[in-house]
Design a protein around this ligand. Structure first.
Ligand SMILES: Cc1cc2nc3c(=O)[nH]c(=O)nc-3n(C[C@H](O)[C@H](O)[C@H](O)COP(=O)(O)OP(=O)(O)OC[C@H]3O[C@@H](n4cnc5c(N)ncnc54)[C@H](O)[C@@H]3O)c2cc1C
Length: 409
C-alpha cells in the first residue's frame, strides 16, 4: 500500500485524496483550517464548475449537491458602451450541460467528512517548508495542493510560461440573496465595461441556501478599485450595488431586493496569474510535487481555477494509479505535469487574453455571435473545454475563416 500526503484541503487536494482512498491508498491530508473554521470563514471563490470537472467529481462520488444546487444553464455576454447603458454586444447561449457553483464553505467541510469516512487521515496543521522535510521520509509522495498558501513559494515561477508578472485586476466577491432570476434561463451573466472592468453574476448554493454571486474585476486605479475593507461587509455590498447601478444597469435592475448572504460573504483581493515549475526541492534534496493553484494560477475572469484544480486532481489520480509501485521521481513528476499542462495550456492563454483589450477580429467574432446562435453556443460551451478556442480565438485569419464558415451555412 502506498502512502500519500497531501498538503491543503481544497478542490484539488480533497478531490485527489478521495479518489486515491477509493483505490485503497493510504492518504493523509494536512489542512491549516478545521471544517468549522472554513464554514465560519470568508468566501473564497465563485467556483463555478463546468460539466467535465463536475463529471470528474461524480466519477468518484463527490457530487453531493446535484439535487440541491441551482443550475447554471448558459452564458450571457454584454459589452456596454463606455459611460452609457447602450449595449454594443449582447447575446446569450445555453451550455450543453449545466454548470454548478457550491460555496467552498459548504463543499470543503463536506468533502473533509467524506475523506475521513473513506479512511483518510486529516491532520489540522499549517505545514511549512521545514516540516516538509519530515514528511518526505514518511510518505511515498508529498503533494502540495495549498493554493496560494505560503508553502507554494517552494515552486519557482516559470518565466517562459507565465504571461503576466503582476495582478491585472482588483477583484471582489459579494454573495447575495434575493437577486431576481434572468428572463430566459439561468446563466453566468458576464458584462464588460471597457476601460472600467468586468462583472459577472451567477446562481449558487451557499450556507444559507440559494444565492447569487457577484464577481467584480476592476482596472487598477479606476472606479471599480475603491473597495472598502472586507471587515466592513455592508459597505462592500453597498459599493458593489453602486457599481452595478452606475456601470451595469441591466444587472442592477435584478437587484431591487438583494441583501448580503452573511457577514463573511465578501472577498477583496488580487491575483498574479502565473505558471510555476511543478517540482519543489527541499534543502535535503528531496522533492515535493505541486498541483492546483499552487503551481497554475489564473485570474478568475474566465472561471477556470477550480475547474483546473479538478482537472489536475483527475489527471494526477490516474497518473499515480498508473505508476503502480514505482518511485515518484523527478521524471514522473515532470512528465505528469506536462500531461496536465497540455490540457490547460490553451485555457491559460485564453484567460490571459480576456484580460487584454480585445483586438478588432475578436470583437467581430463576439459581435457576430449575436446573430449566429451556433457561434454563441460554441463560445459559451468552450468554458467547459477552453482547448477548443484554439486557433480561432487567437488568430485573425482563423477567426475570419470560422466566421466565413458560419456565414456560408
Ligand atoms: C475572487 C475569485 C473568484 C473565483 N471564481 C472562480 C470560478 O468562478 N470558477 C473557478 O473555476 N475558479 C474560480 N476561482 C479560483 C478557484 O477558487 C481556485 O482556483 C481553486 O479553489 C484552487 O483550488 P486548490 O485546491 O488549488 O486550492 P485552494 O482551494 O486554495 O485550497 C488550498 C487549501 O490549502 C490550505 N493550505 C494552504 N497552505 C497550507 C499549509 N501550509 N498547510 C496546510 N493547509 C494549507 C488552504 O487553507 C486551503 O484550504 C476564483 C478565485 C477567486 C479568488
Amino acid at each position: 500500500v502506498r502512502n500519500i500526503a497531501i498538503i491543503g484541503a481544497g478542490q484539488s487536494g480533497l478531490q485527489l485524496a478521495c479518489g486515491l482512498l477509493e483505490k485503497n491508498y493510504n492518504v493523509t491530508v494536512y489542512s491549516e483550517r478545521t471544517p468549522a473554521e472554513i464554514k465560519s470563514g470568508f468566501v473564497s471563490s465563485s467556483q463555478c464548475m463546468f460539466h467535465t470537472p463536475l463529471e470528474y467529481e461524480r466519477a468518484i462520488g463527490l457530487n453531493m449537491w446535484d439535487e440541491t444546487c441551482p443550475i447554471v444553464e448558459g452564458l450571457s455576454l454584454s459589452l456596454v458602451a463606455p459611460g452609457t447603458s447602450e449595449k454594443l454586444i449582447g447575446w446569450e447561449a445555453l451550455f450543453d450541460n449545466p454548470a454548478r457553483s457550491i460555496d467552498q464553505r459548504v463543499k470543503i467541510p463536506a468533502w473533509i467528512d467524506e475523506c475521513v469516512k473513506r479512511g483518510g487521515q486529516m491532520i489540522y496543521d499549517h505545514v511549512n517548508v521545514a516540516a516538509l522535510e519530515n514528511l518526505v521520509d514518511k510518505y511515498d509522495l508529498v503533494v502540495i495542493a495549498s493554493g496560494r498558501g505560503d508553502v507554494s513559494e517552494l515552486f519557482k515561477r516559470d518565466t517562459v510560461r507565465s504571461y503576466y508578472d503582476k495582478p491585472q485586476r482588483s477583484l471582489a466577491l459579494v454573495y447575495v440573496h434575493g437577486m431576481e432570476p434572468r428572463d430566459s434561463f439561468s446563466a453566468i451573466d458576464f458584462s464588460i465595461a471597457p476601460g472600467i472592468g468586468e462583472f459577472f453574476s451567477l446562481p449558487a448554493q451557499t450556507l444559507s441556501g440559494d444565492c447569487h454571486i457577484w464577481l467584480f474585476e476592476g482596472y487598477f486605479g479606476g472606479p471599480m478599485d475603491k473597495w472598502p475593507s472586507r471587515d466592513n461587509p455592508d459597505a462592500c455590498y453597498a459599493y458593489g450595488l453602486d457599481i452595478l447601478k452606475t456601470y451595469f444597469p441591466d444587472q442592477a435592475r435584478l437587484c431591487k431586493d438583494t441583501r448580503l448572504t452573511d457577514s463573511k460573504g465578501v472577498l477583496i483581493g488580487r491575483i498574479s496569474p502565473m505558471v510555476k515549475h511543478p517540482i519543489g526541492t527541499l534543502k535535503s534534496g528531496a522533492l515535493v510535487y505541486g498541483i492546483g493553484d499552487s503551481v497554475v494560477l489564473n485570474d478568475p475572469i474566465s472561471g477556470q481555477g477550480a475547474n483546473n484544480a479538478s482537472r489536475a486532481a483527475h489527471h494526477n489520480l490516474l497518473a499515480i494509479i498508473a505508476h503502480g509501485d514505482k518511485a515518484f521521481d523527478r521524471a514522473w513528476m515532470q512528465a505528469t505535469f506536462e500531461g496536465f499542462y497540455k490540457q490547460v495550456d490553451v485555457g491559460i492563454r485564453w484567460t490571459n487574453s480576456v484580460l487584454e483589450q480585445p483586438p478588432a477580429f475578436r470583437l467581430r467574432l463576439l459581435s457576430a455571435a449575436a446573430h449566429i446562435p451556433d457561434l454563441a453556443k460554441r463560445i459559451a460551451n468552450n468554458f467547459n473545454n477552453p482547448s477548443n478556442y484554439d486557433p480561432w480565438w487567437f488568430d485573425e485569419t482563423e477567426a475570419d475563416k470560422l466566421l466565413a464558415c458560419y456565414l456560408d451555412r
